[in-house]
Design a protein around this ligand. Structure first.
Ligand SMILES: NC(=O)C1=CN([C@@H]2O[C@H](COP(=O)(O)OP(=O)(O)OC[C@H]3O[C@@H](n4cnc5c(N)ncnc54)[C@H](OP(=O)(O)O)[C@@H]3O)[C@@H](O)[C@H]2O)C=CC1
Ligand SMILES: Nc1nc(O)c(N)c(N[C@@H]2O[C@H](COP(=O)(O)O)[C@@H](O)[C@H]2O)n1
Length: 220
């Protein structure tokens, strides 16, 4: 599986403010670029922290891109995936509506009643890991279901874990011209942090978009 991480940060590396509310860092042109990346993906993944904070829809906005996908024999929207060890995704979350297939990755410790509530809402539950979602295991299952190209939109906890598991192939960071600050504000890669064996990035491209900069890296 090819895994592409895409996120937008402030100039000081934050994904959002300390209130963890959704904020727009990207401008119109960058959101249009993100839409293209979504349209080119088989699935789009976020963590349950992002679902609880942003209630994202994760669908393709541009009708031409949806038509293009359908003429290639694909669904109009990529599948949506949420990493949610304890099945906390609210049943009325937008990610669970019927616009696209939604996979909820849970761990063995997820309460059975929550799992069944998510299944009743139409989510396809994939169990991987004892107390926390095991991405290597979950991704093998997604690959078996035809997901070869996965876009990850955040947040910082999930992005860190994916780097820790050495599952990231490409990283795109849109750096907006704003400072958010806050020692508790989420950053691009949170988790426990690396102290050695840091992931190595190869800078492939730098592009000015809106009033910010898009940095594109291959993970070595
Ligand atoms: N600017 C941008 O581009 C973006 C900004 N954001 C912002 O980021 C913030 C949310 O980020 P964050 O709080 O880090 O949340 P995440 O979306 O990264 O979700 C984190 C949660 O995912 C669950 N999870 C399941 N499996 C794993 C695993 N193996 N490793 C790590 N986490 C796992 C955990 O909950 P559990 O243990 O219950 O499973 C964890 O708490 C919000 O403020 C949102 O607005 C988010 C996306 C993009
Ligand atoms: N690329 C980008 N730029 C920003 O400024 C952002 N705030 C985000 N957030 C991500 O987009 C998701 C929202 O998706 P929908 O519009 O609801 O489809 C959000 O959950 C973050 O993952 N991204």
């Amino acid at each position: 599986m090819h895994v592409v991480v895409n996120a937008a940060t402030s100039a000081d590396g934050k994904l959002s403010t300390r209130r963890r509310e959704q904020i727009k860092i990207s401008g119109a042109d960058d959101f249009a670029r993100v839409d293209r990346v979504r349209a080119d993906s088989d699935a789009v993944l976020v963590g349950v922290g992002t679902v609880l904070a942003d209630d994202p829809h994760l669908t393709v906005d541009d009708a031409d891109y949806r038509d293009e996908r359908q003429s290639d024999g694909r669904e109009p929207h990529p599948a949506r995936v949420v990493a949610d060890s304890r099945a906390r995704t609210p049943t009325d979350a937008r990610i669970l509506d019927d616009a696209a297939t939604t996979y909820v990755l849970v761990s063995e410790s997820a309460p059975a009643d929550r799992v069944s509530a998510l299944e009743k809402t139409g989510g396809t539950v994939v169990t991987a890991g004892d107390t926390r979602v095991s991405f290597p295991e979950a991704f093998a299952e997604l690959e078996a279901r035809g997901i070869d190209r996965l876009m990850v939109e955040g947040g910082g906890e999930v992005i860190f874990s994916l780097f820790e598991d050495e599952l990231v192939d490409e990283l795109s960071v849109y750096v907006g011209s704003v400072v958010l600050g806050g020692r508790d504000a989420p950053t691009l890669a949170d988790g426990d942090g690396f102290v050695e064996s840091f992931p190595t990035l190869d800078l492939r491209d730098v592009e000015r978009i809106d009033d910010g900069v898009l940095l594109t890296y291959d993970v070595v």
